[in-house]
Design a protein around this ligand. Structure first.
Ligand code: AKB
Length: 314
């Protein structure tokens, strides 16, 4: 069985992806690494402390576990990146280059996430195409565009098998996000459950592309399992599932928690959200490796609330 390394396994996506990879490939074959202590739910297999900017430490872990496949998820996200742009650039870029270099050595396949943050105010907002004007305005977005170009470069120049998805905002209930502009759509559920008023840092009508974590994890694994000849895009694929604004998700949750209240208090994250698309055209992913989302806003809300074991009202 091949050995897999997840970098940034303690993060929102990393935790759920590690759990899923361990159920598929066996818990001893998936090494969870992070700069911080990881969640208890992924301490049932090998765990390593790792600063992904440390190329030597990374190479040693790859050697020690004879890693063949790397999922490199460590990054500073959009909102947090604006507080320390230089550090966000250094971390996001240097860690990716460290991993891509391993692709020229012993690692056979690499996954690296991009984001809808690669798009900016000049990008067509509705059904944003796979190939279009980008011009992002956040340091996170700039690092993702540059990262996409590096991935394509390493593939074409050195034959590195690197694959990537441009995630929309990811929504799950098992692990918390940190530092993103779309995080409100995760936080809103915990406030509803606690019976507290939700203070939303985006305006009521701010529509953004979003995806349920179950779809995001499945998309990632399906892309990695697709035949190499099917992968025509070596920068990063658009993927889509649903688009909604804060008022839409509030209305959905309110059908289950009738007393739930929301207050809109937009802050600096509003400008970031306003620079991103409303919706995404993912036809290239659908055509080339059969991507299809399963969850819309209604199904996702019901699933989250059911899993959190609260009374779901019909
Ligand atoms: C963020 O909000 O920064 C991320 C993203 C869309 O990449 N969730």
């Amino acid at each position: 069985m091949k050995k897999i390394l997840v970098i940034g396994a303690g993060g929102q996506l990393g935790t759920e992806l590690t759990i899923k990879l361990r159920t598929i490939f066996g818990k001893d074959n998936v090494v969870a690494s992070d700069i911080r202590d990881v969640n208890e739910s992924i301490q049932d297999g090998p765990v390593e402390k790792l600063d992904a900017m440390d190329a030597k430490a990374l190479r040693e872990i790859v050697k020690k576990h004879q890693v063949e496949e790397v999922y490199h998820l460590a990054a500073i996200l959009s909102a947090k990146g604006e507080n320390n742009p230089r550090f966000a650039w250094d971390l996001n870029m240097n860690s990716l280059l460290n991993v891509l270099e391993l692709g020229r050595e012993s690692v056979k396949k690499i996954y690296w996430p991009s984001s809808i943050a690669v798009f900016g105010p000049d990008t067509p907002k509705d059904m944003t195409p796979q190939f279009t004007v980008m011009n992002p305005t956040t340091v996170y977005g700039i690092s993702k565009v540059a990262g996409e170009r590096w991935c394509a470069y390493y593939h074409h120049k050195y034959g590195v098998d690197v694959r990537s998805l441009r995630y929309p905002g990811l929504i799950g209930y098992k692990s918390l996000p940190g530092g993103g502009t779309t995080d409100y759509a995760v936080d809103i559920f915990s406030k509803a459950l606690k019976g507290e008023t939700f203070q939303c840092f985006l305006g009521a009508d701010t529509e953004l592309p979003m995806m349920y974590m179950e779809d995001a994890v499945r998309a990632t694994i399906e892309l990695m399992q697709a035949d190499s000849s099917a992968i025509k895009v070596r920068s990063s694929y658009n993927i889509a599932a649903m688009s909604f604004a804060p008022r839409h998700i509030y209305d959905k949750i309110k059908t289950h928690f009738t007393d739930f209240q929301i207050k809109y208090e937009p802050d600096y994250r509003q400008e970031i959200a306003d620079s991103w698309p409303n919706s995404i055209d993912d036809s290239a992913a659908q055509e080339q490796w059969n991507w299809q989302a399963k969850f819309d806003l209604e199904k996702m809300t019901e699933d989250i609330l059911m899993n959190l074991r609260v009374g779901v009202v019909d």
